[in-house]
Design a protein around this ligand. Structure first.
Ligand code: HDD
Length: 699
């Protein structure tokens, strides 16, 4: 038996370096399969048989004595930990933050003052509503959480890809989350806001309206996690050495620009590749195409805040960049995929309360609640107040205090002093003058109570600002998203109540949605708690106009089969790669296709499992006979039909045209000749918005 041989074989090598936590003792054994560390129990006992449990006789019962079986099964039974109550599905990566512009005028935080300094970081992106094993492309907010391992302790910036939130007060968080998650009696829908309980909550909670506009926009259908923005949402404070404070809002801006998919594409992607975003991030990092974001700040004083026509402490409001400009101060680069998903991406614990000296909180009541919630949830999720000792969570600077013991204690503090003040141990940790201080700001006069300020009462003006700032296409997508979602709501009065709110946001939007739902008349608008203001529009809130005309970071699919013209394939590939995109070869067989030059081109994907959904543009280079054959192949016809319906550029030769014809695709300026690689690359850099009215009815 190989394992017995392994146990007997001579020790030939010491394991050099590596992660001691991998758990083996450092000696490698030569076996037929190569050099392996010995397989041991958790107590370090080398095992000679990992195939068979211990039995009383060859065909007899198992024995309780079998500690190896019991240890293995017990550990397996406990492998899962509670998944995050929200943001359960996520993908993470390591990288660094590099400061390019000092904020020394405003803060003492060294991460924001030492230009050129690279601070290690770990970033986790997530969807909100689905479970850990759900899909990557639902219509959902994306989490954008960054842990900076600074020299002064860990700073967690726990944001989303949307700059506002559903609710104003943490008191309502369990309600909004319960309403969006699967309904508790039936256990569905998984990861979808399109159901009665969510819209019921929304219809009765007008403060959600601004966020609803964002959630129904293309922002919640990202093409790639590398193409989303991130926002710290709340106002925070920066503190200088004299304790003077400036408000700050944090923004992440993707280097590749913003890009979204279409709803139909996102829905189909969920089936074609549930890991679409995780795979994309993994492949980009593995191939050295490191995702990058700029960190920008909006800085403003108390006086400027007082002059705003809304309350910046209300997390349902943003500050348009036309009002307070963004200054880019650094960049985040993700350059290393985790070694182990569970140890790092699952066990990473973000807490908005993790700040460093020079950064402090504002009085935003949502933020104040978050400062409690995250620490609390890590205790149940990770099981111990020592979760900060897990390698992914541990600060990379020295840390010491007098907290002791508790489950899974990994540290061995020495000596008799575990209290402070003390005189017995000169080495015991003490307070530091430069340590964290809270901003010494005067508290407002007022009366204690469970209250919402009147300054939080305007729920519609910024929703209007957002909707009216969108391009025509984005407005149509948003209206159609509302029609889609509300059409999944079975309770008529809920649908009507939502449309009632839309009347305050934009009467034309309300009419569009009412028509789309087939409502006989417009439902009444509820009473607005504050007058709706016409705030100046903010074109910076659009996506479509701000998409970068680039193929950088994108992927083009090339469908080939036996006999495809080798020269065209080569020319297309060269042009696309020169423009910065990846090319993936799709063929009916994964072994590849024998091209016209007699050489076999291996495929990256088999046609049936690699729809055009996963590409930004496609080209079909097919011999005439392959074209005839594939014109009768559903997967090939869907390949072109979907590419067309998803507004992608398509290049075809004569064989490819046969498949186009079978798909009923009417050529337009972005359906190009495969011989003109330059024109194809130019068209592939964007979506063909002009085509959209030809392929779908929008609200
Ligand atoms: Fe939260 C996770 C972002 C409001 C309570 N939240 C979580 C994550 C992100 C956000 C990105 C995932 C972190 C990770 O990858 O591990 N949450 C936000 C933003 C909010 C927000 C941008 C509003 C501006 N959250 C919010 C409130 C509460 C919570 C008001 C509770 C009062 N959030 C949690 C949580 C989670 C969480 C239950 C679940 C898992 C975790 O914390 O670690 O505590």
């Amino acid at each position: 038996m190989a394992t017995k041989k392994a146990a007997k074989s001579k020790v030939v090598t010491r394991r050099d370096g590596g992660d001691a936590s991998a758990g083996h003792g450092g000696e490698l054994h030569q076996t037929a399969g190569g050099k392996h560390p010995p397989l041991t129990t958790n107590q370090g006992l080398p095992l000679s048989d990992n195939q068979n449990s211990l039995r009383a006789t060859e065909r007899g019962p198992g024995l309780l004595e079998d500690f190896a079986l019991r240890e293995k099964i017990t550990h397996f039974d406990h492998e899962r930990i509670p998944e995050r109550i929200v943001h359960a599905r996520g993908s993470g990566a390591h990288g660094y933050f590099e400061l390019t512009r000092s904020l020394a005028r405003y803060t003492t935080a060294r991460i924001l003052t030492e230009v050129g300094q690279r601070t290690p970081a770990f970033c986790r992106f997530s969807t909100v509503a689905g479970g850990a094993g759900s899909i990557d492309t639902p219509r959902d907010v994306r989490g954008f959480a960054v842990k900076f391992y600074t020299q002064e302790g860990n700073w967690d910036l726990v944001g989303n890809n949307i700059p506002v939130f559903f609710i104003q007060d943490a008191m309502k968080f369990p309600d909004v989350v319960h309403s969006v998650k699967m309904e508790p009696d039936r256990g569905f829908p998984q990861v979808a806001s399109a159901h009665d309980t969510f819209w019921d909550f929304v219809s009765l909670t007008p403060e959600t309206m601004h966020m609803i506009m964002w959630v129904m926009s293309d922002r919640t259908l990202p093409r790639s996690l590398r193409m989303i923005e991130g926002f710290g949402v709340h106002s925070f404070r920066l503190l200088d050495a004299k304790g003077r404070s400036t408000f700050v809002k944090f923004h992440w801006r993707p280097k590749l620009g913003l890009q979204s998919t279409l709803w139909d594409e996102a829905v189909k992607l969920a089936g074609a590749d549930p890991d679409f975003h995780r795979r994309d991030l993994f492949e980009a990092i593995s191939s050295g195409d490191y995702p990058e974001w700029g960190l920008a700040v909006q800085l403003f004083t108390q006086e400027q805040a007082d002059a705003l026509p809304f309350d910046h402490l209300d997390a349902t409001k943003l500050i348009p960049e036309e009002l307070v400009p963004l200054t880019t101060v650094g960049r985040l680069v993700l350059d290393r995929w985790p070694d182990n998903f569970f140890a790092e991406t699952e066990q990473v614990a973000f807490c908005p309360s993790h700040v460093v000296p020079g950064i402090d909180f504002s009085n935003d009541p949502l933020l104040q609640g978050r400062l409690f919630s995250y620490l609390d949830t890590q205790l149940s999720r990770l099981g111990s107040p020592n979760f900060h000792q897990l390698p992914i969570n541990a600060p990379k600077c020295p840390f010491a205090n007098l907290q002791r013991d508790a489950r899974m204690q990994m540290l061995r503090p020495r000596g008799r002093v575990n209290y402070e003040p003390s005189s017995l141990d000169p080495q015991s940790p003490r307070e530091t003058p430069g340590g964290f201080r809270s901003a010494a700001v005067p508290a407002d006069d007022g009366v204690k109570g469970r209250v919402r300020p009147q300054s939080f009462a305007d729920h519609y003006s910024q929703a209007r600002l957002f909707y009216r700032s969108q391009s025509e296409h984005e407005q149509a997508h948003l209206a159609s998203a509302l029609v889609f979602e509300l059409s999944k709501v079975g309770t008529p009065h809920v649908r009507e109540a939502v449309v009632g709110h839309l009347r305050h946001i934009d009467p034309a939007l309300a009419r569009r949605v009412a028509d789309g739902l087939g409502l006989p008349k417009l439902p009444p608008a509820p009473r607005a708690a504050a007058p709706v203001q016409d705030l100046p529009l903010s074109p910076a809130l659009r996506i479509i106009d701000r998409m970068k005309p680039t193929l950088q970071g994108r992927c083009v699919g090339l469908l080939v089969d036996d006999g495809s013209d080798a020269t065209s394939v080569r020319a297309l590939r060269k042009a696309v790669e020169a423009a910065g995109a990846q090319v993936k070869i799709v063929a009916p067989r994964i072994g590849g296709a024998k091209l016209s030059d007699g050489k076999t081109l291996p495929a990256d994907g088999q046609l049936a499992g690699t729809p055009s959904l996963v590409f930004d543009a496609v080209a079909l280079v097919l011999s005439d006979s392959a074209g005839q054959r594939l014109a009768k192949e559903g997967a090939a016809v869907d390949f072109v039909r979907d590419a067309y319906a998803h507004l992608k550029a398509i290049a075809v030769d004569a064989g490819g045209r046969r498949v186009l014809a079978a798909g009923g695709v009417e050529p337009d300026p972005a359906v190009l000749d495969a011989g003109d690689a330059r024109a194809f690359v130019a068209a592939a850099k964007g979506r063909q918005w002009a085509r959209e009215p030809r392929v779908r009815t929008l609200a």
